[in-house]
Ligand binder design. Structure first.
Ligand SMILES: [Cu+2]
Length: 130
């Protein structure tokens, strides 16, 4: 019985991986993001992890994007789009984020039809979740 369960789990993780690589477009994503200040002013380093919103399996994303804006200042900032591509563990590490000012930013992760927004408060010494 245990063996059967293991086989099913393996199959599930396999198919999830394939979906991630092949057609991530229709998969609902969940994103975990942590950012740290760098030695440069207004430049931050972020680690991103993308998982399937329902199964929690890591998603290998190719061709997604990361965009940033400030909810308190609509249309005021145009941050360049960052390419979102995660590895087999659903991870993209050490992403460089350049901001125009300190404060609360909305970080938008897009992959196919799925969009996830995370709010982060970027300050000189730390990045926190507001
Ligand atoms: Cu602003």
């Amino acid at each position: 019985m245990l063996r059967l369960v293991l086989v099913i789990l393996m199959l599930a993780s396999f198919s999830s991986g394939n979906v991630g690589r092949g057609a991530a477009n229709s998969e609902p994503i969940d994103v975990a993001v942590t950012c740290m200040p760098s030695s440069q002013k207004l430049v931050y380093r972020c680690d991103v992890r993308v998982t399937h919103a329902k199964t929690g399996f890591p998603l290998c994303i190719n061709g997604g994007s990361i965009e940033l804006d400030m909810p308190s200042m609509p249309m005021a900032h145009q941050s360049p789009k960052i390419d979102l591509h995660t590895d087999a563990n659903g991870e993209m590490k050490d992403v460089e984020v350049r901001l125009q000012m300190l404060g609360e930013w909305r970080v938008l992760f897009r992959a196919g039809a799925s969009t996830v927004a995370k709010r982060l408060d970027f300050q000189a010494g730390a990045v926190t979740t507001p």
